[in-house]
Design a binder for this molecule. Structure first.
Ligand code: FE2
Length: 287
């Protein structure tokens, strides 16, 4: 039996969820209920969870295969399932605004879907918050499903068959240098512009900073379309802004949401969150 209680957070998507301890062993009915909530709400926050890395990895495996964190793999060949979000290194030391890592992660302040530049892009991202700033450092989300739903039928018909090229080097080079080995590990991939949730049949726009161009279109035509769609997906009223609290476990569905980090003063505040991701299915061209 599952006793999940989902309280909606925004007209389009998102829920705050209680009634489950995600750090404990879960029954299959509970896992199924979490997956149904992901399909329905796309963004889930579970407040006051008692987590650590082993519990987070165990929970991640309930939802599927953990994804190898691509930065350490691309730069150093190291297989690790965790990414650290924030400005605290593995020894607990704070990295300020001028630290190279702080600058590098500013790429996450552009709207994106995690690992859309991989042939098998991320299904869900799981983030556990341990230390959070008093000011700034929110994460914003928008729904590509709601954005698709707002389009006219004629525009949906035009967009449905299109494919786009997603390219990590294209997006990240705007804010930081990508090492040669890291770039070589992430060649550009093609993705559907309109994806379909296999469980519900719901369609959504699949956009973000890594989307470089439309397959078969000129760069100029591509940018006009992709920039216009992104603008119409990310209107202020479409945004769910999440202010992190210590103890939050957040799951977001990268198949249909875009997100971006918001700045905070890394000299003044400590921020430590641990992130895992679950592999999706791909290539999305076959959806
Ligand atoms: Fe992200």
């Amino acid at each position: 039996m599952s006793d999940l209680v989902c309280n909606p957070l925004h007209d389009d998507f998102g829920a705050s969820v209680t009634g489950i301890d995600l750090g404990s062993p879960l029954e299959s009915a509970q896992v199924a209920a979490v997956k149904r909530a992901i399909d329905r709400f796309s963004f889930l926050v579970f407040p006051n969870q008692d987590m650590d890395d082993p519990r987070q990895l165990a929970f991640t495996r309930y939802l599927g295969e953990p994804e190898v964190e691509h930065v350490r793999f691309g730069q150093q060949g190291v297989v690790d399932y965790f990414g650290t979000i924030g400005n605290i290194d593995e020894n607990g030391n704070q990295q300020g605004n001028d630290h190279a890592v702080t600058k590098y992660v500013r790429g996450n302040e552009m709207w994106h879907s995690d690992s859309s530049f991989r042939e098998n892009p991320t299904y869900v991202t799981i983030t556990c918050a341990y230390e959070v700033p008093d000011k700034g450092g929110t994460t914003e989300f928008v729904s590509g499903r709601a954005a698709y739903g707002r389009l006219a039928a004629s525009e949906k018909a035009k967009l449905d068959p299109l494919a786009t090229i997603h390219d990590y080097v294209f997006s990240r080079s705007k804010v930081a240098e990508v090492t040669a080995s890291h770039a070589a590990s992430l060649p550009p991939v093609e993705q559907r512009l309109v994806r379909t949730n296999p469980a519900t049949g719901d369609k959504n726009l699949y956009l973000g900073s890594h989307a470089r161009e439309v397959v078969g279109w000129s760069v100029e035509e591509s940018r006009t379309l992709l920039d216009d769609l992104l603008e119409r997906t990310t209107r202020p009223e479409d945004i769910l802004s999440h202010r992190w609290r210590s103890g939050d476990l957040v799951i977001w569905d990268n198949r249909c949401l875009l997100h971006r980090g918001r700045p905070y003063d890394a000299d003044r505040y400590r921020r430590r969150m641990r992130q895992t991701r679950v592999c999706g299915t791909g290539p999305t061209l076959e959806e």
